[in-house]
Design a protein around this ligand. Sequence first.
Ligand SMILES: CC(C)(COP(=O)(O)OP(=O)(O)OC[C@H]1O[C@@H](n2cnc3c(N)ncnc32)[C@H](O)[C@@H]1OP(=O)(O)O)[C@@H](O)C(=O)NCCC(=O)NCCS
Length: 147
Amino acid sequence: MTSPQVIDRWVRELDYARVLPLLAWEGDRIIGDGTLHRSRAEARRHIGELRIVIDPEYRNRGVGRTLLHALVDIARAADSQLEKLVFEVVADAERAATHTAEAMGFVKAATFAAHIRYFAGEPHDLHVYELQVREAQVLEDPAAYMY
Ligand SMILES: CC(C)(COP(=O)(O)OP(=O)(O)OC[C@H]1O[C@@H](n2cnc3c(N)ncnc32)[C@H](O)[C@@H]1OP(=O)(O)O)[C@@H](O)C(=O)NCCC(=O)NCCS
């Protein structure tokens, strides 16, 4: 995201029912951001999408998995209409995300060939993973899975 205008609009028009952010902090520094996106379309109310990014300096310490678990937990809340979570991963560029999603029980549902192009580079395949929310195994204590 490189447009200050778009970021400014996001800040002014917060709507947690549409996009719920969960942040990981160290002191006053944000080191991770996970978001749960819900659709406004009635036909898609049962589907949530997860997105996550961790500061490169803080990767491989369990922060990403902890945020993902917390978002799945929120999606499972009794008042949630969500039945299915979707997680998109760029096939060759996001191997850690693939590993983390599969470790959490996400299943690859579809692949879109040559779907994502970064700037003027070659297009990459996009894998779409999904998780049935009610069947999700939620860890009692995610810290037990850190190292
Ligand atoms: C994917 C991402 C969120 C994971 O965050 P994280 O805090 O590093 O995650 P964790 O430490 O909880 O787990 C990382 C796992 O990936 C594994 N991993 C790291 N690099 C890997 C690679 N190149 N190939 C395969 N697995 C890899 C780690 O070994 C670890 O698995 P383990 O716990 O079983 O050993 C982070 O790498 C990231 O921000 N990536 C860029 C954004 C992105 O790809 N987002 C996903 C799409 S929205």
